[in-house]
Design a protein around this ligand. Structure first.
Ligand SMILES: Nc1ncnc2c1ncn2[C@@H]1O[C@H](COP(=O)(O)OP(=O)(O)O)[C@@H](O)[C@H]1O
Ligand SMILES: [Mg+2]
Length: 247
């Protein structure tokens, strides 16, 4: 722990912490951590275990010359829906409510757990970037149109491509357009090539996520969630925490 503390003093890490604070994470997640994530149901227990196992893959090693080296797993970690939003929309209205209730994916703590992951990793000294899909994609599209020879766009893309781990909240929220699909591919493929992880959650399922972000991007994103040893993808469902709390 002492070593971590020294490591995080560096100026660059402070900049990533500042960026985290400015990343428009809603107030309700200020206090979100592993400790206050309630695990009453099997899904909650599995989600939390998967998140904790994932965090444990990030470490620091010391090389022969005593230099610290980050160990960053190549795996992505995803919490998605079993019946995605887009699929629900296509159902006849009479079936929609029932299926939606049976397989609810909203308010089950996906963002809570992933913000918890990001806090631990930031504190440990990793460069973490949290983006929220709708805002991030809008900003990228606007930057792309800005006609400044890519300056604004590069400012946004830089951190997303360089972060040790990119936390992508609500991926696939935005409506599909060809330009957006190209942007998803660019970021996801670049990180895939460098074997740099993405932690994501979505209200879409495996199929509808591909419709939203494109097949090439989705297959890389989801394909990286597992290898022979690990599986870090879950179609999670449960009761909406916000509705439960308010009766
Ligand atoms: N198991 C849980 N324990 C404690 N708080 C929870 C739990 N599940 C959800 N919450 C809280 O409920 C709210 C909605 O959760 P959120 O993470 O936004 O869900 P999702 O991203 O799955 O839609 C947040 O304030 C979150 O902190
Ligand atoms: Mg969420």
């Amino acid at each position: 722990m002492q070593e971590y503390a020294t490591f995080c003093e560096c100026k660059e890490q402070k900049a990533w912490k500042r960026r985290f604070k400015q990343s428009m994470i809603p107030d309700e997640f200020q206090k979100a951590n592993f400790g206050n994530y309630v695990t009453d149901t099997q899904y909650q227990r599995e989600m939390k275990k998967m998140a904790a196992d994932y965090v444990n893959l990030f470490r620091f090693d010391t090389d022969n010359e005593g230099r610290k080296k980050k160990i960053i797993p190549p795996h992505n970690f995803g919490l998605i829906a079993s019946v995605g939003e887009q699929r629900l929309k296509e159902l006849p209205a009479s079936d929609r409510t029932e299926i939606k209730n049976q397989h609810n994916n909203f308010g089950i703590g996906k963002t809570h757990l992933q913000i918890a992951i990001s806090k631990i990793l930031l504190k440990a000294g990793f460069r973490v970037l949290v983006v929220s899909d709708a805002v991030f994609i809008d900003d990228l599209m606007q930057a792309k149109r800005s006609g400044d020879e890519g300056e604004q766009l590069n400012q946004l893309l830089g951190p997303a491509l360089e972060a040790d781990v990119l936390i992508w909240d609500d991926i696939g929220k935005s409506k599909w357009t060809e330009a957006r699909e190209t942007m998803y591919y660019r970021i996801i493929n670049e990180r895939y090539r460098k074997q740099m992880p993405i932690v994501f959650n979505s209200n879409e399922d495996r199929g509808t996520l591909a419709d939203k972000i494109g097949y090439a991007a989705a297959s890389r994103l989801i394909g990286q969630c597992s290898d022979e040893k690990y599986k870090f993808l879950m179609d999670a469902e449960g009761q909406d925490w916000r509705l439960k709390k308010h009766g």
